[in-house]
Design a binder for this molecule. Structure first.
Ligand code: ATP
Ligand code: MG
Length: 566
């Protein structure tokens, strides 16, 4: 392919509205252009990378026995009403009406559509297990679209849905997908980790996320320093402590804490450590207020809380609710005297006998407040985020926290959707049973961004070979020299015949510009043809990743390139 014939609009400077490295570099290397918030066009080089990722995904899914299909992006509301998700999915669902005023949405995921297809077409256990996948554009009206392709409102996903006759079978299918995912991410060339995950909106009993390790990742991963345990921080299990004896605790007393609002300010003012303070957070779970207590040095994890309460909706209480429930202003809530709502303590609260707590009025705290004596706690539970140094739930070693980008997710769905949509088959005994389902997503376009996030240097992108837009870039310098162009063209044609993907830098640009753009584009191998080396029968081969340059005899260049990219 000739460089001059492709649209590769490289930019010299970082675009102002790009925050992460991958977003900046994908714009600068001319892979993508923004159309609107979270909506991008893929330019020729971007599409080449995307197609390579897609093909790896497709090959491994086919090998794992899944069948490729293509479901519609436009979906009727009726199907979503059957599962209750028309209401539950909230604002992320892109809704529209047709000319007859019927409601539709643009699919953010396809459980409803596939379950409808299978309940109509699959009648017998003899057809099971069956696993369908598609690679298709998804639509989600994300609250914060950002980082380019990383969190778009329109993006490419591979989604798969499996149907088994029983749980045993479903577990095997899940395991096969889990293994296929490992192969996919290995082939794409990413450093990743599979972690235990919360099952989120889609629901179900078991799930793993595949995380690409990167500083800019939006997710946090808790992993053991010693054993194999790794989990999304939303899921990482923390255990109960032993409540120490409070017999020697002095009587509770009120103290004045004027203008001391934050945990840091109060702990400095009273000269106590942050974990001696108790934070009281008021939430509304499915319209019911609930108070949650956690030590001052920890954060409540809303995913864990929502799960504990089995709530559909959870949010921090607004000012009016706080006032009604505590009789005090918001920002000053404490557990003493609270009635008429459940008070739940995080396990961390079991670590100390007494605490400093807010007093439901401005500028006042209580010292020596003892759980069970001065305020009630109806139950203790695992409600906080794991932090560095927490004990591993599997062994006695401690946990470290890393950041990651979720590129894939496997869920065991069970019969959640098949029951709601009454999707059944006849088992061996002629009895009607609900399908046991699993679903498996991969963020195909997000992988591109994650790959750049993990593979770049100060000069630009360094594509993993398997997903690079081209294998080799040939850069003739002194393009006016006939011998240079003949040598370059000969190498170009020979490599092409060997099915190696070659970008021929035929632009009339300064050499410096060509070199800079080549490093920015990040094609793994550069072959530089210059007059002086040609006189010695040599060409220069540069490896983008290491910057290593070697001189290779012209006769060997094709062999050398082939060796490196196949
Ligand atoms: P996240 O927590 O990042 O919002 P999710 O849990 O909503 O992800 P899934 O519903 O499991 O994601 O979707 C499957 C895969 O699709 C994810 O693992 C991720 O790689 C990708 N994905 C999800 N949302 C987006 C998005 N807005 N833009 C690009 N890729 C996405
Ligand atoms: Mg999401």
């Amino acid at each position: 392919m000739y460089y001059s014939k492709l649209l590769i609009p490289t930019l010299r400077d970082d675009p102002a509205d790009a925050e992460t490295i991958s977003h900046k570099l994908m714009l600068r290397a001319g892979l993508i252009r923004k159309v609107a918030s979270g909506i991008y066009s893929l330019l020729p080089l971007g599409l080449r990378v995307l197609s390579k990722v897609e093909n790896i995904v497709r090959e491994e899914m086919n090998k794992a026995g899944a069948q490729e299909i293509l479901l519609p992006a436009l979906q009727p509301a009726e199907l979503w009403e059957e599962t209750g998700r028309w209401d539950k999915y909230g604002k992320e669902l892109m809704r529209l009406t047709d000319r007859h005023d019927r409601n539709f949405c643009l699919g953010p995921t396809h459980e409803e559509v596939i379950t409808d297809l299978v309940r109509r077409e699959v009648k017998s256990y003899k057809t099971l297990p069956i696993n369908f996948y598609q690679i298709q554009t998804k639509f989600r009206d994300e609250i914060r679209p950002r980082f380019g392709l990383m969190r778009g409102r329109e993006f490419l996903m591979k989604d798969a849905y499996s149907f088994d006759a029983d749980l045993e079978g479903a577990k095997k299918t899940y395991q096969a997908m889990y293994e296929a995912y490992h192969k996919i991410f290995q082939r794409v060339g990413l450093r990743f980790r599979a972690v235990e995950a919360d099952s989120g909106l889609i629901g179900g009993s078991s799930s793993h996320e595949f995380m690409v390790l990167a500083q800019t990742g939006e997710d946090e991963i808790a992993s053991c320093e010693k054993c194999e345990y790794a989990a999304n921080i939303e899921r990482a299990e923390l255990t109960a402590g032993d409540l120490p004896s409070s017999e020697s605790a002095p009587k509770m007393e009120a103290v004045s804490t004027p203008e001391q609002k934050s945990v840091e300010a109060v702990s400095r003012f009273l000269d106590v450590s942050a974990n001696q303070l108790l934070k009281t957070l008021l939430f509304v779970a499915d319209e019911k207020p609930v108070a949650v207590l956690v030590c001052g040095d920890h954060e409540i994890n809303e995913v864990k809380l929502k799960k504990l309460l089995g709530a559909e909706a959870l949010a921090l209480a607004d000012h009016d609710t706080v006032k009604r429930v505590t009789n005090g202003p918001s920002g000053f809530s404490g557990p003493v005297g609270l009635t008429g709502l459940e008070i739940i303590g995080d396990f961390s609260v079991q670590s100390k006998a007494e605490y400093v707590v807010e007093a439901n009025k401005e500028d006042t705290h209580y010292l020596h407040a003892v759980p069970g004596r001065d305020f009630s706690v109806s139950r203790y539970a695992d409600l906080r985020n794991a932090v560095h140094g927490d004990p591993c739930p599997r062994c006695e070693a401690s946990i470290k926290i890393d950041r990651g980008i979720e590129v894939g997710h496997v869920f065991m769905l069970g019969t959640k959707y098949s029951e709601k949509m009454d999707a059944t088959f006849l088992d061996r005994n002629g009895k009607s049973q609900h399908f046991v389902m699993g679903c498996y997503g991969i963020g195909v376009s997000r992988i591109m961004a994650a790959a750049v996030e993990q593979n770049h240097d100060e000069r630009g992108i360094v594509w993993p070979q398997q997903i690079a837009p081209f294998d080799v870039e040939i850069i003739p310098i002194q393009e006016k020299s006939e011998v240079v162009m003949i040598a370059a063209t000969t190498i170009f044609e020979t490599l092409k015949r060997k099915n190696i993907e070659v970008l021929f830098e035929d632009r009339k640009e300064r050499t410096g510009v060509k070199f800079n753009d080549a490093d920015l584009l990040g094609i793994p191998i550069q072959v530089i043809i210059g007059q002086r080396n040609l006189e010695d029968g040599l060409a220069e081969l540069k490896e983008r990743k290491t910057g290593e340059k070697i001189l290779v005899p012209l006769d060997d260049i094709v062999k050398e390139v082939t060796k490196r990219c196949c």
